[in-house]
Design a protein around this ligand. Sequence first.
Ligand SMILES: Nc1ncnc2c1ncn2[C@@H]1O[C@H](COP(=O)(O)OP(=O)(O)O)[C@@H](O)[C@H]1O
Ligand SMILES: [Mg+2]
Length: 236
Amino acid sequence: MDDALPADASTALIELRQVRKTYGLGTAVATEVLHGIDLQVAQGEFVALIGPSGSGKSTLLNVIGLLEAMTSGEYLLRGQPVGSLGDAELTRRRGDTLGFVFQFHHLLPAFTALENVLMPELIRRGRIDAADRERGLALLAKVGLAEAAHKRPTQLSGGMQQRVAIARALSHGCPLVLADEPTGNLDTRSADEVFALMRQMNRDEGTAFLIVTHDPRLAARCDRVIELVDGQVKRG
Ligand SMILES: Nc1ncnc2c1ncn2[C@@H]1O[C@H](COP(=O)(O)OP(=O)(O)O)[C@@H](O)[C@H]1O
Ligand SMILES: [Mg+2]
């Protein structure tokens, strides 16, 4: 079975069933921080994940992003269980399916904006070609940064860096972008711009977004809001 092919439209992009996560398993300080999460995100959905600090939002995003292993439960990514996969296969699925945007942009300082945007594809395929460069430049143009393609991150403002990170998350055409407080570090105006851009990419490219935000104004502009309280879904 080739999971690089898009799943059938009726399959949820991600589906979690009774997912639990304990940190420090087997130690005296073992703490369960996700207590049986059930959630789904459909293809092309634009979803906010809200909740108090410490409620488990980043942990949940990291589990969904295959960056942290869940302790128990079931996680289907495009209809396929990921619970028992090894590291190489997890890395492959992450590369094929997921893009990431973090609060602090995590752009590589030694590389230009364009090179940063091309990085996921370079890592995934081990090479990039002219078509990749063209798509990278087109994405940068789309996020309003055509002029900045050959600039390094330190030459760009925080909002511009975050727009590069969004272009990077979309560069390999993945169906889902996970964003952990992508506007948390920005002033209101840049936050609005970055948010509007994600919404536009969602419409234009059909990319689903799951966005952790503290900002109720931004959450209200999503298709759906999932609220996490004390490691449990309270609404969503
Ligand atoms: N690597 C870790 N080891 C142990 N505890 C952790 C770790 N990461 C997060 N936690 C704990 O898990 C809980 C949820 O944290 P987190 O997912 O970061 O919440 P949020 O993103 O909603 O603020 C917190 O109590 C936090 O201290
Ligand atoms: Mg967090």
